[in-house]
Design a protein around this ligand. Structure first.
Ligand code: AGP
Length: 610
């Protein structure tokens, strides 16, 4: 999704802005641009390009900019084609104000008409351009006053950064519904929509909240609301290391992140699992023992991969804590009339902590009186700051658009929560210990699977020309089938569907022929024998079967075309192990098809628009 970076300080802004944009590439974009106050008397100048940042770099080589105040943007088109004209920054009629924007201005059409009737000339099809003209229209004294006056007229969501040649030593940034933070360097200041853009330069950041505006000058910064009332903000320190946002010898971030999972799973559990007692310590829940016991209903809401982990979490909690759980697509939740009481716990799962639909669902659940609990990876993200309590995943930055390590950490965090809720209810210490012991083995077992990645690569060799895939699983592994299918379609553009294995005979079986690969997730759990029957139904119709089996099962040789073994664990934890070969399969197939695995077409890392 769109990215913002800005710089003011003694250094040359251009290279830093470009480098910042490159760090944001993973979020997905279709054009990029930069605006700088030119030190050689050129005033405010912009350069923009359609396509990759390299195209913007070419534009800057052809027509260089020099200066130490600037803003830059990667755009993911919402209103108007991805082209140079619609790329940000957008400027006012005189080219004295330049602005970058993430979000959507909902009343842009009315504002545009009004501004046009007052003589403003628009050059793009975007909603963003109205902001530049609006600031121009109300400009009187300082840039920040004009931005405040303009934003009071705006409906919608925004994270913006603005510069002006009329007030040249300043960047004004404001936020409503779209993440923005200020980076504090040594005598220099940054603004960014994502910490990755500035991590190379500083770890000290100030997160802006909705309704806040920051004014950055060469001498400092301050934050106020849109009525100019100053707000005292805390400074947060980012723990992520630079090497965590670099590829570290891997061809792609996705592959690196798949291989990081023994460590990331360990990190999710660290200090939280009390094996001997069979329970978990979760410091951030902000719920007393009595409050946890008072819960009579759980709603888990999320999108995409996080929604798949939610399905797994629901089964774990119902089975072991005996609390009724429903799983809701975040995008649907607030448009119906869900039953929420003060005894409802709403668990919100989001890698980024910024997904607009998930954030809106959490706010709705809160408004209806539920306690909210965020399972979030990105520290300091909006969901993490607005939830009532949370469990950070501690999986480190996930740069690949296809979520991998966040998924396994989500499942592990849900297992920790299940232990907590279960042991406060019916779960015996013996059962708790069994779960805890199985969890402790996961990092090593994931490593064992990764050590055999070449086996999956060989299977992938057989299928890179497939046009359809079916993924089937039952029980805890049905959501894994959904996740395997999502991974494949996201990065390889092969049509793939996940189904509960027994549902196949109610429709999808019509698709089975020799050109249809079917992936069965069939570890030796309580429904294994049933799944074997489903395998036979596929083979009887000529389908090609890839089976993910666990090590204690007899071979299905003759019944399946390819087998991949995963280590033995308890039923509720098989999703963690079974997901790994499916992630690898998607990766190798997409890579063999020569696709951009880390930045698949049309996708954004975090979807911050509704
Ligand atoms: C996962 O591979 C996807 N890119 C996507 O479905 C993602 O999981 C979804 O957009 C939710 O993101 P979040 O976890 O950051 O909220």
């Amino acid at each position: 999704m769109c990215g913002i970076v800005g710089y003011i300080g003694p250094r040359t802004a251009g290279s830093m802005l470009i480098e910042g944009l490159k760090r944001l590439e993973y979020r997905g974009y279709d054009s990029a641009g930069v605006a700088m106050m030119d030190d050689n008397g050129g005033g405010l100048q912009t350069r923009k390009a359609k396509g990759k940042i390299a195209m913007l770099e070419n534009a800057l080589v052809a027509s260089p900019l020099d200066g130490n105040v600037g803003i830059a943007h990667t755009r993911w088109a919402t209103h108007g084609q991805p082209n140079e004209c619609n790329a940000h920054p957008h400027t006012d009629c005189k080219g004295e104000i330049a602005l970058v924007h993430n979000g959507i201005i909902e009343n842009y059409s009315a504002l545009r008409k009004k501004l046009q009737s007052e003589g403003h000339t628009f050059v793009s099809e975007t909603d963003t351009e109205v902001l530049a003209h609006l600031i121009e229209a109300v400009y009187d004294d300082t840039l920040e006053d004009a931005v405040m006056d303009a934003l009071r007229l705006v409906e919608g969501t925004y994270g913006i950064a603005v510069v002006s040649s009329k007030d040249p030593n300043k960047i004004v940034a404001a936020r409503k519904g779209s993440p923005l933070l200020i980076g504090l360097g040594d005598g220099e200041y940054f603004v960014a929509s994502d910490v990755a853009a500035i991590l190379q330069h500083t770890r000290q950041v100030v997160y802006l909240d909705d309704g806040e505006m920051a004014v950055l000058t060469r001498d400092g910064y301050h934050v106020n609301d849109l009525n100019a009332v100053r707000i005292k903000k805390g400074v947060s320190r980012i723990d992520w290391d630079l090497d965590q946002i670099e590829k570290g010898g891997f061809d792609h971030f996705m592959l690196k992140e798949i291989f990081e999972q023994p460590q990331t799973i360990e990190n999710t559990m660290r200090g939280r699992l009390v094996e001997s007692e069979g329970f978990s310590k979760l410091g951030g829940l902000n719920l007393s023992k009595e409050e946890l016991q008072h819960i009579d209903r759980v709603i888990i809401t999320a999108c995409g991969t996080s929604w798949h982990s939610a399905l797994i979490g629901a089964m774990m909690i119902e089975e072991h804590a005996r609390i009724p759980v429903s799983v809701e697509y975040a995008s649907e939740f607030r448009y119906r009339n869900p039953i929420v009481t003060e005894r409802t716990l709403c668990i919100v799962i989001s890698q980024s902590g910024e997904t607009a639909d998930t954030l809106a669902a959490m706010r709705e659940a809160k408004r209806r009186g539920a306690k909210t609990l965020g399972l979030v990876n990105v520290v300091g993200s909006t969901i993490a700051r607005e939830d009532d309590g949370g469990i950070y995943l501690h999986a480190g930055p996930e740069i690949g658009v296809a979520s991998t390590k966040a998924f396994t950490s989500q499942v592990v965090a849900l297992a920790l929560l299940t232990l907590k809720l279960g042991r406060l209810r019916d779960m015996s210490v013996v059962k708790g210990r069994e779960v805890a012991q199985a969890m402790m083995k996961l990092p090593e077992q994931v490593q064992e699977i990764l050590d055999r990645a070449s086996e999956i690569e060989k299977i992938a060799d057989e299928f890179d020309h497939a046009t359809n895939f079916l993924y089937l699983g039952r029980g805890f592994n049905f959501p894994v089938a959904l996740e395997g299918a999502l991974k494949l379609k996201e990065i390889s553009y092969i049509h793939a569907e996940g189904y509960p294995a027994a549902e196949m005979k109610h429709g999808p079986i019509a698709l089975i022929d020799e050109s249809m690969p079917v992936v069965f997730i069939a570890p030796h759990d309580s429904v294994f024998d049933k799944v074997v029957s489903n395998v036979q139904e596929v083979k009887a119709r000529g389908g090609r079967v890839i089976a993910i089996l666990s090590e204690e099962e007899p071979s299905l040789e003759g019944k399946v075309d390819f087998e991949f073994r995963i280590p033995k664990t308890i039923d509720m934890l098989y999703p963690v192990l079974a997901a790994i070969p499916l992630q690898l399969l998607a990766y190798y197939i997409a890579n063999k098809r020569g696709l951009n695995v880390d930045q698949p077409r049309n996708l954004a890392k975090s979807v911050t628009v509704e």
